[in-house]
Design a protein around this ligand. Structure first.
Ligand SMILES: [Zn+2]
Ligand SMILES: [Zn+2]
Length: 244
């Protein structure tokens, strides 16, 4: 399996970090997880292209995770592609209906299928996925792809999610801010390290990075490292990881 970070930024993108998006590929299967602003551009830069993405899986409905959905639809339509499936938590149907009622001319351009999922197991783009509800300001799902890859979505760090991720070869986890930012709905490095302590995870990539984290990577890693002694790195846009 290959995991490509398309956007490792947040609702405040930096020039280097676009909003949330991760590409999951295995053999000829391709799945886009989240579709924030800039992800459509990163898809092109990655060489995969929007023509290859016929399924999008959403963690939740904040703008930095859904902003490029309609631009993706329009690009696919212009490229001659005929369908798109959007899978996400409760409310995903209403979200797409509402977006399409604003941009009415995009209605009926694509064969759009929308599916809502709940915590538990389901299949999407031929991937077997397990979903787990996170702790965030909107209902949000973390997703696990067998023993290979877990994506936290947006969330505070908490034991339930660390349990959910345990045994993954790769965990991509929200680490929005350094420790001195007073934050709820996202973890601090200290809290993330505390919850990951003692867990068996192959490698952790930090993502959903606000501008506040720039220049502070070392201290954030140190803070996590006071509790958790595993392999932790910062994700970067267009970084691809092979997972066996
Ligand atoms: Zn969010
Ligand atoms: Zn977000």
């Amino acid at each position: 399996m290959h995991v490509t970070f398309l956007g490792t930024g947040s609702a405040m993108p930096t020039g280097e970090r676009f909003q949330a998006g991760i590409l999951v590929q295995n053999d000829d299967r391709t799945l886009l997880v989240d579709c924030g602003s800039g992800v459509l551009h990163r898809l092109q830069q990655s060489g995969v292209g929007y023509e290859s993405v016929s399924t999008v899986l959403l963690t939740h409905h904040h703008l930095d995770h859904v902003a490029d959905l309609l631009p993706l639809m329009k690009a696919r339509w212009l490229a001659g592609e005929e369908h798109l499936e959007v899978v996400g938590p409760q409310g995903t149907k209403a979200l797409l209906d509402d977006l399409l009622s604003v941009h009415e001319y995009m209605q009926d351009k694509l064969d759009l299928q929308v599916r809502e999922v709940v915590p538990g197991e389901f299949s999407v783009a031929d991937f077997d996925v397990t979903a787990y509800e996170t702790r965030h300001s909107l209902p949000c799902l973390a997703y696990r792809f067998g023993d290979l890859f877990t994506f936290s979505g947006d969330t505070e760090a908490f034991a339930g999610l660390a349990n959910f991720a345990e045994g993954s070869a790769i965990l991509a986890h929200d680490c929005s801010f350094p420790d001195d930012v007073d934050v709820s709905n996202h973890p601090t490095p200290e809290a993330l390290g505390r919850e990951l302590a003692g867990r068996d995870i192959g490698r952790v990539y930090l993502t959903h990075l606000y501008p506040h984290t720039e220049g502070r990577h070392e201290e954030m890693l140190e803070s996590i490292g006071t509790h958790y002694d595993g392999d932790v790195r910062f994700a970067e846009d267009l970084m691809t990881i092979s997972v066996e």
